[in-house]
Design a protein around this ligand. Structure first.
Ligand code: PEP
Ligand code: MN
Length: 338
């Protein structure tokens, strides 16, 4: 529930409410605004028993959060969360494009990719070092070597780095190199992994599972937030449907719906959603028009030679063209591109 304190509430009155709530076992999240102080109290309302918070001095009203997700809900926080990382703001006015190859393959490949992403206006380099592959015989990623190459690319280009962490055991090493951790679609409900990234002081891109409902996705975000990491960026990346022409079905409705339900930034991955490079740019444009806060897109210096997801990877030329078009759409939406 949310306890809204009156704008006239004294510090002592606020302290008293906090003291009472904590004493009976509520988890407290305090937000001291310019206008008024709001206390988020997470816990079972039944433990309140006979205590009537409304009658405590300084309390204006008590609002229950009816959704099962609490910290992630708009009821808990009305204004948008802006994730600040390495001088960038994700979820603010500027639309950031995270781009790069599916996987880090070699120094030359990731350096070329990083330069082309930077030159076209991207701000964050993507690239998997640990790859979740459907087949155990497919390329599994360069692992720590891949992380080192990403760090080198950051050093040279100034781009930030987002990369997937697949396993609890590799959270420390991925966190050592990455600016933003990515939880892959297959791990959306890997609750142990969510709890582990909750302890890291880096933002998390949380991809939606191909079979995850919006509520399950927000509950996954709640795991990370309730563990202490509020910097969650939600990523729609396509869901399973009867349609099999495209790899998945991009659920663009998720963008306005989730932005209505939650204050967290929402980005879209048209590459994994569609799986065919030709349709990536149109859906990237649609995502920005739908209100997405950013994109994550696969681009490869030479898609025909990619070790992973070549068919959905944009060429450098197509990526550049997409970025120019996105700028126009962003402008119409009253937003900026860097
Ligand atoms: C990826 O971004 O590299 C990836 C594997 O995506 P997803 O988890 O959405 O399938
Ligand atoms: Mn991929």
């Amino acid at each position: 529930m949310i306890v809204v304190m009156s704008h006239r509430a004294s510090d002592g009155e606020i302290e008293e409410v906090l003291f009472r709530l904590e004493k009976i076992g509520f988890q407290i999240h305090l937000s001291r605004g310019v206008e008024r102080t709001i206390i988020g109290a997470i816990g079972d309302r039944k433990i309140l028993g006979e205590i009537s918070l409304e009658s405590l001095p300084g309390v204006e009203k008590v609002v229950p959060i009816l959704q099962p997700y609490k910290l992630a809900s708009r009821t808990f926080q009305e204004e948008n969360t802006v994730v600040r990382v390495g001088g960038l703001e994700i979820g603010g006015d500027t639309i950031h494009v995270m781009a790069g190859p599916c996987a880090v393959e070699s120094r030359e490949q990731i350096m070329q990719a990083a330069r082309l992403v930077r030159d076209a206006g991207g701000t964050i380099l993507r690239g998997g070092a640990f790859k979740p592959r459907t087949s155990p015989y497919s390329f599994q990623g360069l692992e720590e070597e891949g992380l080192k190459l990403l760090a080198e690319a950051r050093e040279e280009t100034g781009l930030l780095v987002v990369t997937e962490v697949m396993d609890v055991r590799t959270v420390p090493i991925v966190a050592q190199y990455a600016d933003i951790l990515q939880i892959g679609a297959r791990n959306m409900q890997n609750f142990f992994l969510l709890r582990e990234v909750a302890k890291v002081d880096k933002p998390v891109v949380l991809k939606r599972s191909p079979s995850g409902t919006i509520e399950e996705w927000l509950m996954a975000a709640e795991y990370i937030m309730s563990g202490g990491n509020y910097n969650v960026i939600l990523c729609e990346r396509g869901i399973r449907s009867f349609e099999n022409y495209t790899r998945n079905t991009l659920d663009l409705t998720a963008v306005p719906v989730v932005k209505h339900l939650s204050h967290l930034p929402v980005i879209v991955d048209p590459s994994h959603a569609i799986g065919i490079w030709r349709f990536v740019s149109p859906m990237a444009r649609a995502a920005v028009a739908a209100g997405a806060d950013g994109l994550i897109v696969e681009v490869h210096p030479n898609p025909s030679e990619a070790l992973c997801d070549g068919p959905q990877s944009l060429t450098p030329e197509n990526f550049k063209e997409m970025m120019v078009n996105l700028k126009s759409i962003a402008g119409i939406m009253g937003r900026k591109m860097p």
